[in-house]
Design a protein around this ligand. Structure first.
Ligand code: HEM
Length: 503
């Protein structure tokens, strides 16, 4: 099954039912009597005590939020799983979240999520650890990114030469299986290094399968459902952590700078043997894979469904390879720098269009003290303890900003051979119109690496393979990620590939 697809409907079994009953009881007893105070945004509590609007949101987050926007305007508060979340949907007001970053913090919220999902408990009480870990994210960018890309290129070359380039007859597979196995192995090896064992392939495959099962339950994990009630998630979590302890990492060859630095930092705060060191590495592993895998799926899917895009990308890549004196067709000979990958305007536009359609990443902040958000048009009072959310899919799908937003148009983000950055709403130029990587202090530090990886893989597929979609019916976005990250598809898609005949 496609990871992520089952989660939404999967029954929780007897413990889950008991929990549901408990929640209902608690809700009846504790039902919030909260009423909207003067100056506060409209309040939507839904018809379910405690859960609030959870069911409607779960069914189709984007449609539901857009409906609420029509009814209540760009700012409103909803009750969701016992929490009150104020949505800010006007893109000209996103900056308010940054401006008030002292009262609207990410740290506490982020570390709570991390403690639940990965068991990184010390982060909750140790600010220095949190700061040190954040400072190491610089090692995913700038000159360190060039080294990461160079290493990634070598792993890709090795993987393709040993397996995929030998596929000279058509081979059929699901896009999701194909992308998850490629992205997992390439990302893992680039960040954590090679597994020096004859059994390397089996080890990495088992780790990937465990990771996908774990990720499938991620939303349950970060909810308030006690982990003990989530079936085998806890044991999966521990199993993956056991593969990432100091002892296990020592066996890997070729750590990236960020892993080296992270390990140094962690050994400052924990003993080397502490299991929680592995929990931190699970956090990085999850961040590096959980969105990159489905994003790669959608990139391949749209590429295969849109021959006009494939042709334009082919031409652009051919031109680059010719101008840099690289011939295709003779083994895996291409070599690309970050600057060269970034010079591919059409490829960049294609990837942004993929993100526009599949990314549901929200930016969430905790209101640390009561405050009033002052904007040109409105002032809103926010209560301490509530959450604030920016939900970019609303702007990504706004017909005023993107004509026919439901259509995939690979060249939306290019104009006169250059990257297009002029997008307007209500006659005003937008600063934020495409936001797959979050915003402000919590913006994804791995965004350049993710984009470079997707670009590199697309260049390699287009250069060395014939590709053909076999399932013609369109696939829709699933909703299993709710408001967090790149959505998985709601069904699998078959395609076939074979290495191009060498010239
Ligand atoms: C298509 C791929 C990716 C997407 C769409 C994506 C998206 C995001 C988003 C939206 C956030 C912010 C979450 C928030 O505000 O709560 C984030 C955080 C993060 N991402 Fe990515 N990401 C991707 C790939 C990667 C990769 C490859 C890495 C690298 C190793 C990475 C590392 C991180 C880390 C460490 C954080 C946490 C930052 C913090 O705690 O402040 N991401 N990502």
């Amino acid at each position: 099954p496609v990871p992520g697809m089952g989660m939404a409907l999967e029954p929780l079994g007897l413990p889950g039912l008991l929990l549901a009953l408990l929640l209902l009881l608690a809700a009846v007893c504790l039902r919030s009597r909260r009423c909207r105070r003067p100056g506060e945004p409209p309040l939507i509590k839904g018809w379910l005590p405690y859960l609030g609007v959870a069911l409607q949101l779960h069914k189709d987050p984007l449609s539901f939020i857009k409906t609420l926007q029509k009814q209540h305007g760009d700012t409103f508060t909803v009750l969701l799983g016992g929490k009150y979340i104020t949505f800010i949907l006007d893109p000209f007001q996103y900056q308010l979240v940054n401006k008030n970053h002292k009262q609207l913090s990410f740290r506490q919220f982020g570390n709570k999520v991390s403690a639940k999902a990965f068991s990184t408990k010390k982060l909750l009480e140790n600010d220095d650890l949190d700061e040190d870990i954040h400072s190491a994210y610089a090692l995913l960018q700038g000159k360190y990114l060039d080294v990461l890309l160079e290493n990634m290129l070598q792993h890709v070359k090795q993987m393709f030469e040993s397996q995929l380039l030998k596929t000279t007859n058509w081979s059929t597979t699901g896009i999701m299986q194909f992308c998850s196995s490629l992205v997992f192995e390439i990302t893992f090896t680039t960040i954590y290094g090679q597994i020096p064992s004859d059994d390397r392939k089996n080890i990495i495959n088992e780790l990937r399968d465990d990771f996908l099962k774990f990720d499938d339950k991620f939303l349950y994990l970060v909810s308030d459902i006690p982990i003990q009630l989530l079936g085998n998630v806890k044991s999966l979590q521990r199993k993956i952590i056991r593969c990432l302890t100091s002892e296990k990492l020592d066996q890997l060859q070729g750590w990236s700078e960020i892993v080296q630095k992270r390990q140094d930092i962690l050994e400052k705060y924990y003993t080397r043997e502490d299991f929680e060191i592995g929990a931190h590495h699970l956090g990085l592993l999850w961040a590096s894979m959980a969105n990159t895998i489905p994003a790669m799926f959608w990139a391949m899917y749209y590429l295969l469904r849109h021959p006009e895009a494939m042709e334009a990308l082919h031409d652009e890549i051919d031109r680059l390879l010719q101008s840099t004196g690289q011939k295709k067709g003779s083994g895996f000979s291409i070599h690309l720098t970050r600057e060269q990958l970034n010079s591919l305007v059409c490829l960049e536009s294609f990837i942004l269009e993929v993100f526009r359609l599949c990314s549901y990443s929200s930016t969430i902040r905790l209101v640390e003290e009561d405050l009033t958000l002052n904007s040109e048009t409105n002032n809103y009072c926010l209560r301490k303890g509530d959450l604030v959310a920016i939900f970019p899919p609303v702007i990504h799908n706004d017909p005023e900003v993107f004509e026919a937003p439901e259509e995939f148009r690979f060249d939306r983000f290019m104009e006169d051979g250059k990257k297009k950055t002029n997008f307007y709403k209500s006659g005003k130029k937008l600063k934020f119109y495409i936001m797959p990587f979050g915003f402000g202090t919590s913006k994804c530090p791995g965004r350049y690496l993710a984009v470079v990886e997707i670009k590199l893989l697309l260049v390699v597929f287009l250069t060395y393979f014939d590709l053909e979609l076999l399932d013609k019916k369109p696939v829709r976005r699933g909703q299993s990620r709710l408001l967090f990250g790149v959505q998985y598809p709601d069904s699998n898609v078959l395609f076939r590939y074979k290495a191009k005949a060498r010239s």
